[in-house]
Design a protein around this ligand. Sequence first.
Ligand code: CP
Length: 312
Amino acid sequence: MKHYASIQDISDIHSWIKEARKIKENPLKDKKLGKHKTLGLLFFNSSLRTRLSTQKAALNLGMDTIVMNVYEDAWGIEFENGSIMNGTTAEHIKEAAAVVSQYCDVIAVRAFPTLKDKEKDEREQVLNAFIKYASVPIINMESATSHPLQGLTDAITIAENTTKKRPKVVLSWAPHVKALPHAVANSFVEAMQKMDVDFVITNPEEYNLDKRITKNTTIMHDQKEAFKNADFVYAKNWSSYDDYGQIVKTDLDWMITKEKIGDAKFMHCLPVRRNVVVEDAVLDSENSLVIQQANNRTFAAQLVLKKIVEDL
Ligand code: CP
Protein backbone atom coordinates (compact mmCIF):
# COMPACT_ATOMS: atom_id res chain seq x y z
CA MET A 1 0.00 0.00 0.00
CA LYS A 2 1.29 3.48 -0.84
CA HIS A 3 -0.79 5.96 1.22
CA TYR A 4 -3.49 5.55 3.88
CA ALA A 5 -5.57 8.68 3.40
CA SER A 6 -9.15 7.48 3.85
CA ILE A 7 -11.36 4.50 4.66
CA GLN A 8 -11.64 3.98 0.89
CA ASP A 9 -7.99 2.80 0.97
CA ILE A 10 -9.13 -0.34 2.82
CA SER A 11 -9.30 -3.03 0.17
CA ASP A 12 -11.36 -5.55 2.15
CA ILE A 13 -12.47 -4.48 5.63
CA HIS A 14 -13.24 -8.03 6.76
CA SER A 15 -9.76 -9.33 5.99
CA TRP A 16 -8.19 -6.18 7.48
CA ILE A 17 -10.15 -6.71 10.74
CA LYS A 18 -9.04 -10.35 10.83
CA GLU A 19 -5.43 -9.31 10.31
CA ALA A 20 -5.61 -6.57 12.97
CA ARG A 21 -7.01 -9.02 15.51
CA LYS A 22 -4.12 -11.40 14.74
CA ILE A 23 -1.67 -8.54 15.35
CA LYS A 24 -3.40 -7.85 18.68
CA GLU A 25 -2.83 -11.47 19.75
CA ASN A 26 0.91 -11.15 19.14
CA PRO A 27 1.90 -7.47 18.60
CA LEU A 28 5.68 -8.13 18.53
CA LYS A 29 5.56 -10.86 15.86
CA ASP A 30 6.84 -8.47 13.15
CA LYS A 31 9.39 -6.71 15.36
CA LYS A 32 12.05 -7.00 12.63
CA LEU A 33 9.91 -5.70 9.75
CA GLY A 34 10.51 -2.01 10.42
CA LYS A 35 14.19 -2.20 11.43
CA HIS A 36 16.13 0.85 10.17
CA LYS A 37 12.90 2.48 9.01
CA THR A 38 11.70 5.79 10.47
CA LEU A 39 8.15 7.05 10.93
CA GLY A 40 7.81 10.83 11.16
CA LEU A 41 4.69 12.07 12.94
CA LEU A 42 3.72 15.68 12.19
CA PHE A 43 1.04 17.24 14.36
CA PHE A 44 -0.64 20.48 13.32
CA ASN A 45 -3.15 19.84 16.16
CA SER A 46 -3.32 18.29 19.63
CA SER A 47 -3.56 14.57 20.25
CA LEU A 48 -3.26 11.99 23.01
CA ARG A 49 -4.40 8.67 21.52
CA THR A 50 -3.23 9.13 17.94
CA ARG A 51 0.17 10.39 18.97
CA LEU A 52 0.88 7.59 21.44
CA SER A 53 -0.84 4.66 19.71
CA THR A 54 0.75 5.36 16.31
CA GLN A 55 4.20 5.58 17.92
CA LYS A 56 3.50 2.41 19.86
CA ALA A 57 2.47 0.67 16.62
CA ALA A 58 5.73 1.77 14.97
CA LEU A 59 7.77 0.56 17.95
CA ASN A 60 5.99 -2.82 17.81
CA LEU A 61 7.24 -3.11 14.22
CA GLY A 62 10.79 -2.15 15.23
CA MET A 63 10.61 1.28 13.58
CA ASP A 64 12.14 4.48 14.91
CA THR A 65 9.91 7.52 15.35
CA ILE A 66 10.38 11.28 15.09
CA VAL A 67 7.57 13.54 16.35
CA MET A 68 7.05 17.23 15.70
CA ASN A 69 4.34 19.69 16.79
CA VAL A 70 4.49 21.70 13.60
CA TYR A 71 2.91 25.00 14.70
CA GLU A 72 5.00 25.16 17.88
CA ASP A 73 8.35 23.85 16.62
CA ALA A 74 8.71 24.37 12.87
CA TRP A 75 8.86 27.39 10.56
CA GLY A 76 5.46 28.60 9.38
CA ILE A 77 4.58 26.55 6.29
CA GLU A 78 3.04 28.10 3.16
CA PHE A 79 0.53 25.91 1.28
CA GLU A 80 -0.67 28.26 -1.49
CA ASN A 81 1.06 27.97 -4.85
CA GLY A 82 2.57 31.10 -6.34
CA SER A 83 2.15 33.13 -3.16
CA ILE A 84 4.53 36.00 -2.40
CA MET A 85 5.87 34.85 0.94
CA ASN A 86 6.36 38.22 2.61
CA GLY A 87 4.01 37.41 5.52
CA THR A 88 4.17 34.97 8.43
CA THR A 89 5.05 31.79 6.51
CA ALA A 90 8.76 31.11 6.06
CA GLU A 91 8.91 27.83 4.15
CA HIS A 92 6.83 26.35 1.33
CA ILE A 93 5.28 22.89 1.63
CA LYS A 94 7.16 21.96 -1.59
CA GLU A 95 10.48 22.17 0.29
CA ALA A 96 9.14 21.13 3.71
CA ALA A 97 7.56 17.88 2.49
CA ALA A 98 10.56 17.03 0.31
CA VAL A 99 12.95 17.68 3.20
CA VAL A 100 11.01 15.60 5.76
CA SER A 101 11.01 12.79 3.16
CA GLN A 102 14.85 12.75 3.41
CA TYR A 103 14.63 11.84 7.11
CA CYS A 104 11.58 9.57 7.18
CA ASP A 105 10.48 6.44 5.31
CA VAL A 106 6.82 7.10 6.15
CA ILE A 107 5.18 10.38 7.21
CA ALA A 108 2.00 10.58 9.29
CA VAL A 109 0.12 13.89 9.37
CA ARG A 110 -2.63 15.35 11.58
CA ALA A 111 -4.22 18.56 10.28
CA PHE A 112 -7.74 19.56 11.32
CA PRO A 113 -10.14 21.68 9.22
CA THR A 114 -10.55 25.42 9.51
CA LEU A 115 -14.34 24.89 9.89
CA LYS A 116 -14.57 28.32 8.28
CA ASP A 117 -13.63 27.67 4.65
CA LYS A 118 -15.58 24.63 3.42
CA GLU A 119 -13.97 24.61 -0.01
CA LYS A 120 -10.44 24.67 1.44
CA ASP A 121 -11.27 21.99 4.02
CA GLU A 122 -12.82 19.70 1.40
CA ARG A 123 -9.76 20.19 -0.79
CA GLU A 124 -7.74 18.64 2.10
CA GLN A 125 -5.06 21.22 1.51
CA VAL A 126 -2.51 19.98 4.07
CA LEU A 127 -2.91 16.21 3.63
CA ASN A 128 -2.96 16.42 -0.17
CA ALA A 129 0.06 18.72 -0.23
CA PHE A 130 2.05 16.11 1.69
CA ILE A 131 0.81 13.38 -0.65
CA LYS A 132 1.85 15.53 -3.63
CA TYR A 133 5.20 16.87 -2.48
CA ALA A 134 6.59 14.15 -0.19
CA SER A 135 8.41 11.27 -1.85
CA VAL A 136 7.37 8.72 0.81
CA PRO A 137 4.02 7.19 1.86
CA ILE A 138 1.62 9.38 3.88
CA ILE A 139 -0.70 8.25 6.68
CA ASN A 140 -3.71 10.38 7.60
CA MET A 141 -3.82 10.81 11.41
CA GLU A 142 -7.02 12.92 11.07
CA SER A 143 -7.45 15.43 8.33
CA ALA A 144 -10.08 18.05 7.58
CA THR A 145 -12.71 15.52 6.52
CA SER A 146 -11.61 12.06 7.69
CA HIS A 147 -10.04 10.05 10.49
CA PRO A 148 -9.44 6.65 8.88
CA LEU A 149 -7.26 5.20 11.68
CA GLN A 150 -10.18 5.82 14.05
CA GLY A 151 -12.74 4.40 11.59
CA LEU A 152 -10.71 1.21 11.17
CA THR A 153 -10.32 0.95 14.96
CA ASP A 154 -14.09 1.28 15.42
CA ALA A 155 -14.77 -1.48 12.89
CA ILE A 156 -12.31 -3.77 14.71
CA THR A 157 -13.95 -2.99 18.07
CA ILE A 158 -17.44 -3.78 16.78
CA ALA A 159 -16.22 -7.06 15.26
CA GLU A 160 -14.63 -8.01 18.60
CA ASN A 161 -17.77 -7.30 20.61
CA THR A 162 -20.65 -8.39 18.46
CA THR A 163 -22.63 -11.48 19.40
CA LYS A 164 -24.75 -11.24 16.23
CA LYS A 165 -24.06 -11.85 12.57
CA ARG A 166 -25.62 -8.49 11.68
CA PRO A 167 -25.70 -6.14 14.71
CA LYS A 168 -27.61 -2.86 14.77
CA VAL A 169 -25.16 0.07 15.00
CA VAL A 170 -26.37 3.63 15.63
CA LEU A 171 -24.22 6.73 15.17
CA SER A 172 -25.73 9.49 17.29
CA TRP A 173 -24.98 13.20 17.24
CA ALA A 174 -24.47 14.43 20.83
CA PRO A 175 -24.15 17.94 22.30
CA HIS A 176 -20.86 19.76 22.80
CA VAL A 177 -19.71 23.21 23.83
CA LYS A 178 -17.34 23.68 20.88
CA ALA A 179 -17.80 23.45 17.12
CA LEU A 180 -16.17 20.15 16.14
CA PRO A 181 -15.09 18.65 12.78
CA HIS A 182 -16.96 15.98 10.81
CA ALA A 183 -13.92 13.74 10.31
CA VAL A 184 -14.62 11.04 12.93
CA ALA A 185 -18.29 10.78 11.97
CA ASN A 186 -17.46 10.67 8.23
CA SER A 187 -14.93 7.85 8.63
CA PHE A 188 -17.22 5.91 10.96
CA VAL A 189 -20.02 6.15 8.38
CA GLU A 190 -17.69 5.00 5.60
CA ALA A 191 -16.41 2.09 7.71
CA MET A 192 -19.93 0.95 8.64
CA GLN A 193 -20.99 1.09 4.99
CA LYS A 194 -18.32 -1.56 4.32
CA MET A 195 -19.41 -3.75 7.25
CA ASP A 196 -22.25 -6.26 7.50
CA VAL A 197 -24.28 -4.20 10.01
CA ASP A 198 -27.73 -2.63 10.24
CA PHE A 199 -26.51 0.96 10.33
CA VAL A 200 -28.54 4.04 11.30
CA ILE A 201 -27.46 7.66 11.83
CA THR A 202 -29.47 9.85 14.19
CA ASN A 203 -29.03 13.61 14.46
CA PRO A 204 -31.10 16.79 14.79
CA GLU A 205 -32.31 17.99 11.37
CA GLU A 206 -29.81 20.87 11.47
CA TYR A 207 -26.86 18.46 11.73
CA ASN A 208 -27.14 16.27 8.65
CA LEU A 209 -23.71 15.16 7.47
CA ASP A 210 -22.45 15.53 3.90
CA LYS A 211 -24.85 13.56 1.68
CA ARG A 212 -21.91 12.42 -0.47
CA ILE A 213 -20.68 10.53 2.62
CA THR A 214 -23.99 9.28 4.08
CA LYS A 215 -25.30 8.20 0.64
CA ASN A 216 -28.30 5.92 1.22
CA THR A 217 -27.66 5.27 4.94
CA THR A 218 -30.85 5.67 7.02
CA ILE A 219 -30.93 9.00 8.90
CA MET A 220 -33.44 9.42 11.70
CA HIS A 221 -34.17 12.66 13.54
CA ASP A 222 -35.89 10.86 16.45
CA GLN A 223 -33.04 9.60 18.66
CA LYS A 224 -35.31 7.42 20.82
CA GLU A 225 -36.72 5.66 17.79
CA ALA A 226 -33.23 5.16 16.33
CA PHE A 227 -31.95 3.55 19.56
CA LYS A 228 -34.64 0.82 19.54
CA ASN A 229 -32.93 -2.62 19.50
CA ALA A 230 -29.48 -1.03 19.07
CA ASP A 231 -26.51 -3.28 19.84
CA PHE A 232 -23.94 -0.46 19.57
CA VAL A 233 -24.42 3.27 20.11
CA TYR A 234 -21.56 5.45 18.86
CA ALA A 235 -21.76 9.04 20.12
CA LYS A 236 -20.06 11.98 18.45
CA ASN A 237 -20.61 15.67 18.17
CA TRP A 238 -20.11 17.51 14.91
CA SER A 239 -20.83 21.07 13.85
CA SER A 240 -23.32 21.89 11.12
CA TYR A 241 -22.28 20.82 7.62
CA ASP A 242 -24.86 22.92 5.76
CA ASP A 243 -24.25 26.04 7.87
CA TYR A 244 -20.60 25.10 7.74
CA GLY A 245 -18.75 24.85 11.05
CA GLN A 246 -21.49 26.53 13.09
CA ILE A 247 -23.22 25.42 16.29
CA VAL A 248 -26.74 26.06 15.07
CA LYS A 249 -28.51 24.45 18.02
CA THR A 250 -27.30 23.15 21.41
CA ASP A 251 -29.83 20.42 22.11
CA LEU A 252 -28.85 19.02 25.51
CA ASP A 253 -31.65 16.45 25.22
CA TRP A 254 -29.39 14.56 22.82
CA MET A 255 -26.89 13.63 25.58
CA ILE A 256 -26.44 9.84 25.78
CA THR A 257 -27.92 8.34 28.95
CA LYS A 258 -28.16 4.83 30.36
CA GLU A 259 -31.92 5.03 30.23
CA LYS A 260 -31.83 5.83 26.51
CA ILE A 261 -29.40 3.16 25.33
CA GLY A 262 -30.38 0.29 27.65
CA ASP A 263 -28.08 -2.70 27.13
CA ALA A 264 -26.39 -1.38 23.97
CA LYS A 265 -22.60 -1.14 23.98
CA PHE A 266 -21.37 2.44 24.08
CA MET A 267 -18.61 3.77 21.82
CA HIS A 268 -16.81 7.11 21.49
CA CYS A 269 -13.45 7.98 19.93
CA LEU A 270 -12.38 10.11 22.97
CA PRO A 271 -11.63 12.65 24.30
CA VAL A 272 -15.17 12.95 25.66
CA ARG A 273 -16.81 15.60 27.84
CA ARG A 274 -18.60 13.78 30.66
CA ASN A 275 -22.20 14.75 31.35
CA VAL A 276 -22.31 16.86 28.19
CA VAL A 277 -21.88 14.24 25.46
CA VAL A 278 -22.63 11.23 27.66
CA GLU A 279 -23.51 10.75 31.30
CA ASP A 280 -21.14 9.17 33.84
CA ALA A 281 -23.42 6.15 34.30
CA VAL A 282 -22.78 5.10 30.67
CA LEU A 283 -19.03 5.70 30.60
CA ASP A 284 -18.57 3.97 33.97
CA SER A 285 -20.69 0.95 33.02
CA GLU A 286 -19.49 -2.42 31.74
CA ASN A 287 -21.12 -1.60 28.40
CA SER A 288 -18.66 1.18 27.66
CA LEU A 289 -16.09 0.17 25.03
CA VAL A 290 -14.17 3.44 24.96
CA ILE A 291 -10.97 2.14 26.58
CA GLN A 292 -10.95 -0.96 24.39
CA GLN A 293 -11.41 1.34 21.37
CA ALA A 294 -8.41 3.42 22.46
CA ASN A 295 -6.37 0.24 22.86
CA ASN A 296 -7.34 -0.89 19.36
CA ARG A 297 -5.92 2.31 17.92
CA THR A 298 -2.48 0.68 18.24
CA PHE A 299 -3.46 -2.39 16.23
CA ALA A 300 -5.25 -0.43 13.52
CA ALA A 301 -2.16 1.77 13.11
CA GLN A 302 0.14 -1.26 13.23
CA LEU A 303 -1.80 -2.96 10.45
CA VAL A 304 -1.65 0.15 8.26
CA LEU A 305 2.07 0.64 8.93
CA LYS A 306 2.77 -3.04 8.26
CA LYS A 307 1.03 -2.88 4.88
CA ILE A 308 2.99 0.26 3.96
CA VAL A 309 6.39 -0.96 5.18
CA GLU A 310 5.96 -4.31 3.38
CA ASP A 311 5.66 -2.33 0.12
CA LEU A 312 8.57 0.07 0.66
N1 CP B 1 -9.55 9.70 19.04
C1 CP B 1 -8.47 10.48 18.81
O1 CP B 1 -8.07 10.68 17.66
O2 CP B 1 -7.88 10.93 19.94
P1 CP B 1 -6.72 12.05 19.96
O3 CP B 1 -7.33 13.31 19.37
O4 CP B 1 -6.35 12.21 21.41
O5 CP B 1 -5.59 11.59 19.13
